[in-house]
Design a protein around this ligand. Structure first.
Ligand code: F6P
Length: 363
């Protein structure tokens, strides 16, 4: 009988509750015992009643709920070995031998570090007298399975992360709303969307709403972009467009890695084109709210697959992450996906934007 815990970590994303529900129910369905760790890795470190056994009905109604009902945190303590020692002890004391983590690339990397340190953590706990040989013997390995929850769709290897389509839908709805008022006053609007390192939300929302121009971190505009942007907008206005929409990812930058902020863009539209322009920062409204249908099915199918992976992946095999590729739910080595993701970030930092975009395209 396996004892499987699930936690959510990092920024919350719509659909995380669906993932927890699916893990809990699939674990119970397969004869295992399910646990939920509250407050992300903080709960793992603190233990106590932050690690709760879950019953089938405990997750009733969770599919349609936004945020993460078991809480999330960006835990500093888990980054320290002392925190991971406490976490290991808490798991062993409860007989938990598998952990499903739903989070972004940072959270999943933390999980993999934990798995690779597992034997040495247990030995250290025996040495310090926190656990006995007999207590650790049944738990020589820890299964880790990753689920990617992030509104940014910023993980390589998967076509979609849990939450990204809900967020995209919310952005589109917000831009549609702004359209109405912008058209009424013939105004310009600069709309800032989330995406510190990844422009997927900005790109997809610009396509979905017919925006006039957009800025994303991985494909900065060429020098002189101010003229390019103004001439496109002028042309659009001459064709009779009564409003102008520019979408800016929060991590937008130029080719020299200088930030392109929404206020800078607004000032250009106001001074160069004389457009009455406003800035709308969508902020955390993009992360909240009920998950869309796609995120409900994605999180359910992936949660089920995560438990299957716990049950049939050899304990010493590399940790898998559950992905979706060409509409199929699949597994890939977690650290391969993380490495590819970090490679894109490194290419952007090195101003090698062509490779960064090529890597994104091949994802
Ligand atoms: O979830 C990812 C993300 O939405 C980023 O796009 C954004 O920069 C970040 O989270 C902000 O998160 P927080 O306000 O929780 O630090």
């Amino acid at each position: 009988k396996r004892r499987i815990a699930v936690l959510t970590s990092g920024g919350d994303a719509p659909g995380m509750n669906g993932a927890v529900r699916a893990v809990v129910r699939m674990a119970i369905h397969s004869g295992s015992v399910a646990f939920a760790v509250h407050e992300g890795y903080e709960g793992l470190v603190a233990g106590g009643d932050l690690i709760k056994q879950m019953n089938w009905e405990d997750v009733r109604g969770w599919l349609s709920r936004g945020g993460t009902l078991i809480g999330s945190a960006r835990s500093m303590r888990f980054r320290e070995r002392s925190g991971r020692l406490a976490a290991a002890k808490n798991l062993v004391l409860r007989g938990i031998d598998a952990l499903v983590v739903c989070g972004g690339d940072g959270s999943l990397t933390g999980a993999d570090v934990f798995r690779s340190e597992w034997p040495s953590l247990l030995l250290e706990l025996v040495k310090s007298g926190d656990l006995t040989e007999a207590q650790i013997t049944p738990y020589t390995s820890l299964n880790i399975v990753g689920l990617v929850g992030s509104i940014d769709n910023d993980m390589s290897g998967t076509d979609a992360t849990i939450g990204c389509y809900s967020s995209l839908t919310r952005i589109c709805d917000a831009v549609d709303d702004v359209f109405d008022t912008a058209t009424s006053h013939q105004r310009g609007f600069v709309i800032e969307v989330m995406g510190r390192h990844c422009g997927w939300l900005a790109l997809m929302s610009a396509i979905s709403t017919g925006a006039d121009w957009l800025f994303i971190p991985e494909m900065p505009p060429r020098d002189g972009w101010e003229d390019d942007m103004c001439s496109v907008i002028t042309k659009n206005r001459e064709r009779g467009k009564r409003r102008t929409i520019v979408i800016v990812a929060e991590g937008a930058q130029d080719r020299h890695l200088n930030k392109i902020g929404s206020t800078t863009v607004k000032d250009i539209l106001s001074t160069r084109l004389g457009l009455d322009t406003r800035v709308t920062v969508l902020g955390h409204t993009q992360r909240g709210g009920p998950p869309c249908a796609y995120d409900r099915t994605l999180s359910t199918l992936q949660g089920v697959e995560a438990v299957k992976a716990v049950l049939d992946v050899a304990p010493d095999a590399p940790s898998p992450v559950i992905i979706i590729r060409e509409n199929k739910i699949e597994r890939m080595p977690l650290m391969e996906a993380v490495k590819q993701t970090q490679e894109v970030a490194a290419r952007i930092k090195a101003k090698d934007f062509d490779t960064a975009m090529a890597l994104r395209d091949s994802e």
